[in-house]
Design a protein around this ligand. Structure first.
Ligand code: ADP
Ligand code: MG
Length: 362
């Protein structure tokens, strides 16, 4: 069969050297095959992916993949174009969009089809994330809704004439309704932050003032959670950061609430604000805000995932405390928008410190 290929080459090189150079320049793996599925040409990307020296061989030598071979055969059998997703597991699991296109008959030097593999892993990952997110949101909304429906039924039947039980159920129902409200608020915040994440905020924000406002707003929670908050600010006035005050309020509200929620009772949450030198290119001066709690700490393996949506270390504790699991995801997006950084340090049995670094204005 090799002869057939060589025979075809009498019409000239397939593809011509100019076209071969162009095909070698693209990222997708590309093969040109003849009507008998023999490879006339493979570009550089194809050589890297499937190995070189395949010219003259049957395509099966490059890839023995039933769907792929079927796609090729149907194009060789008369179809103009076939496009299917193909997952290859070697060398690493990758999703490709396989496109087989027929080459119009005249003057092709034997080329019958072009087979190309585009890496679409990033697209399929994004799709996967989107569908996971929708599944998570539905699940998070369904639990309080199920509880509410259950209580409504009970109130209509067995608890109809029991005033004490009725009040208890109504309290729980109120809590569940609040949970749904918080979840929706957080989802809206998240989508709002994502929309303008690439637009850097320009207002001047006095960070110690923002933090003082947040802590005084949280005083009922401080009392409920049996904690104290200590704020450590330097004597001299700190320069403002370039920021969005509402969003920065949200950041510190989330982080301080977490420290209050997850810290042990009768402990202190220490908030330190200081100017630090930065190694970032964007700004050489930054403000660092540390929020340190005394609590169970977070096992190291969870730390890189804490800012994922709905990621919780201890699911039931987070839910008990009314958490949505979205707080740190929102924090991360806001800090990114500010070209800042979020650092998390934690020691099990001792506590955690969340540090937000924000570039100083100007
Ligand atoms: N200060 C902290 N100490 C211990 N665990 C924490 C702390 N802050 C956050 N976490 C863990 O990170 C998870 C995600 O935090 P977050 O996104 O704010 O969600 P939540 O709504 O549960 O507070 C929490 O569920 C908790 O398990
Ligand atoms: Mg939280």
């Amino acid at each position: 069969m090799k002869c057939a290929v060589i025979g075809n080459r009498e019409h000239g090189q397939v593809p011509t050297s100019e076209i071969a150079a162009i095909l070698n320049g693209i990222d997708a793996a590309v093969f040109v095959i003849d009507g008998d599925r023999h490879i006339l040409f493979e570009n550089k990307a194809a050589e890297e992916l499937f190995g070189g020296g395949l010219e003259g061989e049957n395509f099966v030598r490059a890839l023995r993949h039933p769907d792929c071979l079927m796609a090729i055969d149907s194009v060789l059998g008369g179809k103009r174009k076939v496009q299917i997703p193909v997952v290859l597991t070697s060398p690493v699991k990758t999703t490709y969009r396989l496109t087989v296109t027929s080459v119009p008959e005249e003057d092709t030097g034997g080329a019958a089809a072009v087979v190309s593999f585009d890496d679409i892993s990033h697209i399929s990952e994004a799709e996967q994330m989107r569908s996971d997110f929708i599944a998570n949101v539905s699940h998070e909304l369904r639990s309080p809704l199920t509880a509410l429906s259950g209580f409504i039924e009970t109130l209509r039947s067995s608890a109809k004439d029991d005033v004490a039980a009725r009040n208890r159920f109504l309290d729980t129902m109120k809590r569940e309704a609040h949970r749904m409200n918080r979840l929706i608020d957080d989802l809206l915040s998240l989508s709002k932050v994502e929309v303008n994440e690439h637009v850097r905020p320009t207002d001047k924000v006095d960070l110690p003032a923002v933090i003082k406002k947040v802590t005084s707003g949280l005083s009922p929670m401080v009392e409920r959670e049996k904690k104290t908050i200590r704020l450590e600010t330097p004597e001299q006035r700190l320069d403002p950061v370039a920021g969005d005050e509402d969003q920065l309020t949200q950041v510190f509200q989330n982080l301080i609430e977490n420290a209050l929620k997850y810290g042990n009772p009768d402990t202190e949450v220490v908030i330190g604000i200081a100017e630090v030198e930065s190694r970032d290119k964007l700004s050489d001066r930054m403000l660092a805000v540390d929020i340190a709690d005394r609590g169970p700490g977070i096992p190291a393996k969870h730390i890189p995932r804490l800012t994922e949506r709905f990621y919780r270390v201890d699911d039931s504790r987070s839910r008990d405390k009314g958490g949505t699991g979205l707080g740190l995801a929102i924090v991360k997006h806001i800090v990114n928008r500010h070209r800042g950084r979020l650092q998390i340090k934690s020691e099990q049995g001792v506590g955690s410190t969340f540090t937000v670094l924000l570039p100083i204005e100007g």
